[in-house]
Design a protein around this ligand. Structure first.
Ligand code: ADP
Length: 480
């Protein structure tokens, strides 16, 4: 599984697999930590051995120095005599020198009469207690030397050397045990790292595979990540996102198919009418009628595309920042003036009850579109001699706009769909009145964009009432 993008920098150890990378990282870190612990344990154990050795050897040297210091004359004979009495002093090698480093006594018998200038002896002759050690061939070699002080002056030194295999073996055993434990821990940690990183990387691969499926446009699959870590949260968020994508994709394709279907109808009529003119011999009057019909269909196409544009624009726009606090009554009057002729033709009378007007925060163009669409419908779907009432009033914190007519009404089932795009209760009548089924969808989108709500109630053959509600903005109370 290569889940690292191609242009990502390759790590210095060259692995491009997340699982291996994680496992390697854990192993490297733990190896370093265990190595440090191992070295530390070895050093500590060695130091503990040395400290006890140093104390014992320096004490033995001092004991011998003190005894020799009781002699009036330091000579090979006197020193050998006193050393002979100190049988309890056991060491592999004991050398006693005078203040010039000349050996007066050597348990090995090798150096008597010769200068023995070992570093430990030189330091002891300077008046220091000395201890040194090294470790070779599984044995510990330790050396100690102390000065012989006679009435405040250094008159020589005692040097002892020991090599200790049993302690060396003990130390080696201890270090071996630490090393074995370290190696076992290392193996365990490596195993755990591989198991853990494999689980992690498997979950990541699952997300990656799912992303590819989504990229290919299949939104039906769900990730359903188990567990309860960050990857689970990521997976669930991704599933939510996929749901939203699926919904918006369904909306988009429905919109495209609905729109193309709606646009096709007038286009087909235009084609049919123009073909008829071309194919059949017609008198001028019929040709005029046909051309008139073509003009009507073109006009309908024009209206529909304008509304479609207006709807797409309304849906795409964020909440308007150019909104202002305005009263609704002037807009209602303006729309009433615009629709006066249409209403006259349809024999519908207006009744405007605008006294209960309250200011609302809205873009004037938006308010105009809402009022225009609702009032135009109130005329279109009214009866001859009917009435269209527009009422503005206040209900608690809300400013309400009510548009009611005395028309044909809408039945309960159709009422659920009137705000959907391209929905028309009576297609024939709607077409006859130039309807596109987009007006109410536009109204609802604009209302919601302006923090408002819209409701409809209707009684068949009695009339319909649309109620739009916006938060009322009383400038002295509310902040824009
Ligand atoms: P249209 O352009 O067809 O009028 P609308 O979205 O404005 O589209 O309305 C959708 C449908 O709702 C209309 O076709 C009509 O059937 C119904 N309708 C809308 N307003 C009214 C009303 N005031 N009275 C009765 N029916 C209405």
């Amino acid at each position: 599984m290569a889940i690292i993008s191609e242009n990502e920098k390759k790590p210095f150890w060259g692995y491009r697999n997340t699982q291996t990378r994680y496992a390697m990282t854990y192993v490297v870190i733990t190896t370093v930590v265990l190595l440090i612990l191992n070295i530390y344990c070895s050093n500590i154990s060695q130091r503990l051995f040395c400290q006890s050795k140093e104390a014992a050897m320096v004490e033995k040297c001092q004991l011998a120095s003190d005894e020799i210091a009781t002699l009036d004359v330091l000579s090979p004979t006197t020193v050998a005599g006193i050393m002979g009495q100190m049988e309890s002093l056991t060491a592999n090698r004991v050398i006693v020198t005078d203040q010039g480093g000349n050996a007066l006594y050597d348990s090995g018998g090798e150096y008597v009469g010769a200068y023995v200038l070992f570093p430990e002896i030189l330091k002891a002759l300077d008046g220091n207690d000395v201890f040194s050690w090294d470790y070779r061939d599984s044995a510990m070699f330790s050396r100690a030397a102390t000065p012989i002080v006679y009435y405040g002056a250094n008159v020589g030194c005692v040097y002892m050397a020991e090599h200790d295999t049993s302690q060396g073996v003990l130390l080696l055993k201890l270090q071996g045990t630490v090393l074995r434990v370290t190696l076992m821990l290392e193996v365990l940690i490596t195993l755990f790292s591989i198991i853990f990183s494999r689980g992690f990387s498997r979950r990541l691969s699952k997300i990656m595979r799912h992303m590819r499926t989504i990229q290919e446009g299949d939104y039906s699959q769900k990730l359903n990540m188990g567990g309860n870590d960050e990857l689970t949260v990521l997976g669930n968020e991704f599933d939510d996102l996929t749901d939203r994508l699926q919904t918006s994709e369904q909306k988009r394709s429905r919109f495209v198919s609905d729109a193309s279907h709606e646009l096709k109808t007038p286009l087909a009529s235009i084609k049919l009418l123009s073909d008829s003119i071309l194919q059949y011999d017609m008198d001028l009057q019929t040709v005029r009628e046909f051309v008139g019909d073509i003009g009507d269909e073109a006009e309908r196409l024009n209206r529909m595309t304008t509304k479609l544009l207006s709807l797409t624009k309304a849906e795409g726009l964020p909440d308007s920042s150019e909104s202002e606090i305005i009263y609704m009554a002037p807009t209602v009057r303006r729309v009433a003036r615009m629709l006066k002729q249409t209403a006259l033709k349809a024999q519908v009378t207006f009744q405007l009850e605008l006294e209960g007007d309250s200011p609302v925060l809205i873009l004037e163009d938006d308010l105009y579109q809402i009022v225009f669409n609702l009032m135009e419908n109130g005329i279109k779907y009214n009866i001859a001699g009917g009435r269209l009432t527009v009422r503005l009033h206040r209900q608690e914190e809300n400013a309400l706009l009510e548009v009611s007519d005395t028309g044909m009404g809408i039945d309960g089932e159709a009422l659920k769909h009137v705000f959907e795009r391209f929905y028309r209760v009576d297609k024939a009548r709607s077409r006859a009145t130039g309807g596109s089924g987009l007006g109410l969808a536009i109204v609802r989108t604009i209302v919601q964009r302006n923090r408002g709500t819209i409701e409809v109630s209707s009684v068949v053959d009695q009339g319909t009432t649309f109620t739009v509600s916006f938060p009322a903005f009383d400038t002295e109370v509310d902040q824009v």
